[in-house]
Design a protein around this ligand. Structure first.
Ligand SMILES: C[S@@+](CC[C@H](N)C(=O)[O-])C[C@H]1O[C@@H](n2cnc3c(N)ncnc32)[C@H](O)[C@@H]1O
Length: 298
């Protein structure tokens, strides 16, 4: 790297108290406890990956300010690089720890995947989790649906490049989704709260499961009550993302606009009303922002 740029960047990091500076020796140090939040392979993920959402906020500022005045919403096309940043984000919370921490939440799911079952990932984005599962479990059949054709094209190219014949991606609006008893397992990774109608989608995903099927749902772990979120990790970032992305995206589809911080209580109540049985709520140490539900179709 060009030294002049690195030096200027280091000045930013030092005055932000991220990097330490020893003036006498002209030496810069990234303390180990800061590196633990800011480098690849950090135990809680690299916070800089989540920080990229802030850059998107700047890019849509004028559009969202207009929405504040009119009450209208936005569309995915308004957000440059959204699916790329999202796949890096879920790469840390979902795909990286998928086999060691995420899938084991759902009882014997890994054994069933090994034996061969039908799986849907709803709102799959660029499909990182499905690509990993399809490679690991060749006896199972995987389908990924997402509203955005560009994300699906990226996912499908990944499946082709990996030569995976047990994986299919389809650009599909899940509003009004109505397949019945077609899957043994359904997943959604951070893909319900900003839908047009989250409650209808959860009901539909229940219907898409065969009896005994399991739904594994990752969504934002904040509370539905603002006063409970003062100590929730990165709550201000998440509410900010809600203002500029999740709320206007849902409103833009003519939806409820529940927002990023719709609350785990809201999600749990919707799962119950949809008829799910044996609902469990988990948190995972690597993923302090989200909550993980496991629920079954009786
Ligand atoms: C926060 S992203 C998560 C993407 C992916 N699951 C991941 O973890 O990287 C939410 C996804 O839901 C999709 N989505 C939103 N509304 C949808 C709809 N009505 N039908 C299908 N997908 C939708 C978006 O296109 C987006 O890819």
């Amino acid at each position: 790297m060009a030294e002049r740029y690195v030096q200027e960047w280091l000045a930013v990091m030092v005055t932000a108290r991220i990097v330490d500076y020893d003036a006498a020796g002209a030496r810069y140090t990234l303390p180990a406890e800061h590196a633990a939040c800011l480098t690849r392979g950090a135990p809680l993920g690299n916070l800089a990956v989540y920080g990229q959402h802030v850059a998107i906020m700047g890019a849509v500022q004028d559009r969202v300010l207009a929405c504040f005045e009119t009450g209208e919403g936005t569309a995915y096309g308004d957000y440059p690089c959204f699916h790329q940043i999202m796949s890096e984000d879920s790469g840390q919370t979902v795909t990286g720890p998928l086999f060691d921490a995420v899938l084991p939440l759902a009882g014997d799911l890994c054994e069933r995947l090994h034996a061969g079952i039908d799986v849907l990932d709803a709102g799959c984005g660029r499909g990182g989790a499905l690509l990993a599962m399809a490679e690991r479990y060749p006896n199972s059949r995987f389908v990924g649906y997402d509203l955005c054709a560009d994300a699906i094209a990226h996912a499908a190219a990944g499946a082709r490049a990996a030569g995976l014949a047990n994986l299919r991606f389809e650009a599909r609006d899940l509003t009004g989704y109505d397949e019945t008893a077609r899957f043994d397992a359904v997943t959604s990774f951070d893909a319900v709260h900003d839908q047009k109608d989250p409650e209808a989608l959860i009901r539909a995903l229940h219907g898409a499961l065969r009896p005994g099927g399991v739904y594994l749902m990752q969504d934002i772990g904040g509370s539905a009550r603002l006063e409970n979120n003062l100590d929730f990790p990165m709550a201000s970032l998440l509410y900010a993302i809600s203002c500029v992305h999740c709320t206007p995206i849902s409103l833009g589809q003519g939806g409820a606009g529940l927002g990023t911080m719709w609350g785990w209580e809201t999600a749990e109540a919707m799962l119950r009303r949809a008829g799910f049985a044996g609902i469990e709520r988990h948190t995972l140490p690597h993923d302090p922002m989200n909550v993980w539900f496991v629920a079954r179709r009786a």
